[in-house]
Ligand binder design. Sequence first.
Ligand SMILES: Cc1cc2nc3c(=O)[nH]c(=O)nc-3n(C[C@H](O)[C@H](O)[C@H](O)COP(=O)(O)O)c2cc1C
Length: 188
Amino acid sequence: MKALALCCSPRKEGNTSKALSLLLEKLPADWQKEMINLHDFDIKACGELCNAECLREDVCKVDALNERVRLLEKLKSADVIVIGTPTYNTDIPSKLRTLLERGYLENYLKNKVVALLIVSNLGGVKALCTLTSSLILDAQAIIAGAVIVPGYREGGKTVNDSKTQMLIDYLAKRIIEVVNLMYYCQPC
Ligand SMILES: Cc1cc2nc3c(=O)[nH]c(=O)nc-3n(C[C@H](O)[C@H](O)[C@H](O)COP(=O)(O)O)c2cc1C
């Protein structure tokens, strides 16, 4: 089983990345685990490199010109994807929105087990709605679970918070439960 964590915070050693590392640790030792950062991929917004030709031709011209497909192929290669994100101004950061906005997500994420780890004090539920609406309605992914853990200015504080640790335990257990059901047809 391969679990891939996508960290969507520009702070590569910040709260989101540390919370994702803890979650990966809680997944079974015999799983393959990897974390990548969204900010290592050059992904342009819809319309930034084209004139919305997709509206006529049903194909994204920009996909050939930047790294979105490289990232989506990487996600497709995993059995379980964990998206970890901070909230910026009460919603998901724009780079994550850019990834989701250009559509065609079902080609990569359909029926993938996806879990969400949102680092937020304010706007976490809105970020959750933004993410789940794209992932369910557009990507047709299977959402195993989602948690909203507290955010801090200081990198590293989130992971030491007892509420975070309890929620991450829950999310890890839920991921394992859904994987067992989906891949081995075994209820826990
Ligand atoms: C531009 C910007 C906007 C932010 N907006 C919010 C917000 O709306 N709600 C919130 O809870 N935290 C907000 N924060 C704080 C971070 O989300 C919070 O510190 C979180 O722990 C960041 O995770 P990180 O360490 O991975 O960057 C914002 C931070 C930045 C830089």
